[in-house]
Write a protein that binds this ligand. Structure first.
Ligand code: ARG
Length: 407
């Protein structure tokens, strides 16, 4: 019996061609695995297509809940955004898909796993390193990294073997989608000076066409996790799906950025992440009310480390798990409700409340309810400003006496 390989199958051109290519080149039985994390099309149709092309088995898994609970929300709790722009949708999806591939390979007795990534991107790293962490003995095959075909050649290859070519192939863009966002590359976007044509966007309205009336949304958080929308309890998947719709309608969540890939290439990336944009903003507003200044400062360091770890494909590492444990502990009081206003591509936090708020009206107010002892500030500032005063006296203002003298 031929050896088996589990291929991460999306139903797109590359992974469809890969079914045939793996069967021919490696003489393997291809098990096509499609994980629905909120981006693929109709699962039964994809499954049928895989079998038609020649897969020995086609498996589909609805992994939306797993994706949200175990990947998206841990990332949200840590506020991760790569290079201050990218909420990491694709980067978060890859380790989960790998985990499902590895589990399936073990269950089905396969000796290898395969994915459709090329040799130029981050996704190959995320797949390969995740396999190395989870099942180092499995062989990894990346057809698109090996076959050396251009897009046109891949289309010709598909035509030659009667592989149905998706309608989307007519589009010059490379697109990856899941619940946390949509990533768009290639075509005219490869010129960073060219404004993205409206046709690249599918989830967000152009601000010019967004409603002229703002919409208000209330998001309830419990220990850093969004649990309700406008007062209604919702599970994570439904909450994100609903937010993608309402924020997308107002044109919220578009990103246009030149990004630093792990493999050393700068690439121009377009993202649409309406729900992620709103939730990240709201979450930070909740933290601002419930965490101390020191906690907020320290979390910034964790955030940037954590974002790089996810971007670089290191999800299944010990350090990522260590950071996640810290984040869980640090989020225990991030509870309350945030009100945001969606209007013409803007998401603005306009209200927040919490049962464990650190905002103390009596201390903050300038009205007669004021309980803050202003006279105590004099002694505080005397001590707080002491080192500045001494240094200035000895070394001059700005710590440079010579410059001072010349001036
Ligand atoms: N640059 C992003 C990342 O590395 C998005 C990649 C999207 N992939 C795609 N096939 N369009 O995470």
């Amino acid at each position: 019996m031929a050896d088996k390989v589990v291929l991460a199958y999306s139903g797109g051109l590359d992974t469809s061609a890969a079914i045939k290519w793996l069967a021919d080149k490696y003489n393997m039985g291809v098990i096509a695995l499609t994980a629905d994390i909120g981006g693929v099309g109709e699962l039964p149709a994809i499954q049928k297509k895989a079998m038609k092309i020649g897969a020995v088995k086609a498996i589909t898994i609805d992994a939306k809940k797993l994706f949200v609970d175990s990947f998206v929300f841990p990332a949200l709790k840590a506020n991760v955004v790569y290079e201050k722009q990218y909420p990491l949708a694709t980067a978060l999806g890859r380790p989960l898909i790998t985990k499902l591939m590895v589990d399936t390979a073990i269950k089905e007795g396969a000796i290898a796993v395969a994915h459709g990534s090329t040799g130029k991107g981050n996704d190959q790293v995320r797949f390969d390193v995740s396999v190395a962490a989870l099942a180092p003995k499995l062989k990894i095959i990346a057809p698109a990294r090996e076959w050396g075909m251009t897009r046109e050649e891949t289309i010709a290859y598909a035509e030659k073997f009667g592989i149905p070519i998706p309608v989307k192939v007519a589009s010059p863009y490379s697109i990856d989608e899941n619940l946390w966002g949509r990533s768009i590359e290639c075509g005219v976007l490869e010129d960073p000076w060219v404004e993205p044509p409206e046709e690249v966007f599918a989830w967000t309205k152009s601000p010019a066409e967004a409603p002229d009336k703002p919409e208000y949304i209330e998001i309830g958080f419990e220990s850093g996790i969004p649990v309700s929308l406008n007062g209604k309890k919702l599970d994570g998947v439904a909450l994100i799906q609903q937010l993608n719709k309402s924020a997308g309608k107002h044109g919220v969540g578009r990103v246009d950025n030149v990004e630093s890939r792990l493999v050393g290439i700068k690439s121009r990336e377009i993202y649409e992440s309406p729900a992620a944009t709103v939730l990240l903003k709201a979450h930070q507003a909740m933290e601002a009310m419930t965490l101390s200044h020191q906690q907020l400062r320290f979390n910034e360091k964790v955030t940037s480390e954590y974002a790089d770890i996810i971007y670089n494909g290191l999800w299944f590492t010990q350090l990522r798990q260590d950071l996640a444990a810290y984040v869980d502990q640090a989020q225990k009081n991030v509870t309350g409700t945030v009100r945001v206003k969606l209007f013409k591509a803007n998401c603005i936090v306009v209200g927040r409340k919490s049962p464990v708020s650190l905002y103390d009206f009596g201390l903050a107010t300038y009205d007669k309810e004021d309980v803050f002892d202003q006279s105590a500030s004099i002694g505080f500032i005397h001590i707080f400003g002491l080192p500045t005063k001494v240094q200035s006296r000895v070394q001059g203002q700005g710590g440079d006496k010579k410059t001072q003298k010349k001036a």
